[in-house]
Design a protein around this ligand. Structure first.
Ligand code: UT7
Length: 320
């Protein structure tokens, strides 16, 4: 039986940093409120010419380099994004071209908003377990600030841009122990960008609409549930988890989830303070940061969990 294992990671956050103090100039907010309610100090924002595929490219090149493989060795390119370069073709195809891959391997996007990376990891894992793919590039990349109304203090302070990537390869041992995915479309209206393009016009709002308090409550409930589901499925106790890497939306959601799980915060990777919420990019960005700074080490057991628009939510348990 094939398993899959992460053999390389990479990430990229655009050079331009927007601090909470910068946002005080744009909307009626302040650094103290943003930090105390969200844990965010700053976020990275794309340069004018940068598209999602450009962020993804840098993260992907780093991941390929750390895996020690060439782009042409990939059998699958999967990009989780809510902010594709264009309506079509998919950002994965654009990334494939930018990586110079001409081998005809499959490339497609996956849309599960902030849970996108966990969903994409699961899809790539299924292909590898099934034996049709040996090596996959799985990217979470977002230019989420494209979707922000910079005059709406309820949303504009929360999000940022970034990309993270992993190379997943067939292995005799897991690697990825299991993934657990869920969705409930009854909650579509609580977090959405409802606009759509028709006849050359955008109908409905192309900006993030959110009931923050409802999202918060739902997130704390399902993150705990799905983490327990992943642990139970693998007969793994919470004290056997070396690191918890949750979706980086809000430090209070992260702390509440860790508390419910009985995990102390010194085993939780937190990057929301410097990146804000980068949607599908947040988990692979945080994973790469923690691998590079030496906190996450080979052999460590890592629990990933995310929740986002849809609602979608999911978890993955892996050995790095
Ligand atoms: O990937 C999932 C993406 N979404 C999320 O993660 C969002 C989850 N929700 C949250 O993170 C929190 O609900 C927020 C950070 C969005 C809001 O925090 P909260 O503690 O739920 O605050 P609130 O919405 O209850 O608002 C409290 C007050 C309100 O004023 P009044 O009505 O009490 O006078 C807001 O108008 O804070 C006000 N407020 C702000 N004040 C300063 C809302 N946004 C801001 C702001 N600066 N940026």
């Amino acid at each position: 039986m094939n398993y899959s294992k992460i053999i390389g990671t990479g990430s990229y956050a655009p050079e331009q940093i927007v601090t909470n103090h910068d946002l005080e100039q744009r909307v009626n907010t302040n650094d103290a409120w943003i930090q105390s309610r969200t844990g965010i100090r700053q976020r990275h924002v794309r340069a004018e010419q940068q598209k999602t595929s450009d962020l993804a490219l840098i993260a992907a090149q780093q991941a390929l380099h750390s895996a020690g493989i060439e782009a042409n060795q990939l059998d699958l390119i999967l990009v989780a994004t809510t902010t594709p370069d264009m309506i079509f073709p998919g950002t994965a195809c654009i990334l494939q071209a930018k990586l110079g891959i001409d081998t005809g391997v499959m490339a497609f996007d996956l849309q599960a908003v902030c849970t996108g990376f966990v969903y994409a990891l699961s899809v790539a894992d299924q292909f590898i377990r099934q034996g049709t793919v040996r090596t996959a590039l799985v990217v979470g990349a977002e230019t989420f600030t494209n979707l922000l109304d910079w005059t709406d203090r309820n949303t504009c302070v929360l999000f940022g841009d970034g990309a993270g990537a992993v190379v997943l390869q067939a292995a005799p041992q897991p690697g990825l122990h299991s993934t657990h995915l869920h969705a409930n479309g009854r909650y579509v209206d609580l977090l959405s960008v409802p606009g759509f393009v028709c006849g050359g016009q955008v109908t409905g709002s192309p900006m993030v609409q959110m009931d923050g308090a409802a999202v918060f409550k739902f997130a704390v409930k399902v993150l705990d549930q799905v983490c327990r589901e992943a642990l139970t499925a693998n007969h793994c106790r919470v004290d056997e988890v070396d690191w918890f890497i949750p979706h980086q939306a809000n430090i209070r959601i992260i702390e509440a989830t860790a508390h419910k799980l009985g995990l102390s915060m010194d085993r939780v990777i937190v990057t929301v303070d410097r990146h804000g919420n980068t949607s599908a990019a947040s988990i692979p960005l945080a994973l790469d940061v923690a691998l590079r700074d030496g906190r996450v080490q080979p052999g460590h057991k890592v629990l990933l969990a995310a929740v986002g628009g849809g609602f979608t939510w999911g978890a993955a348990l892996l050995t790095v």
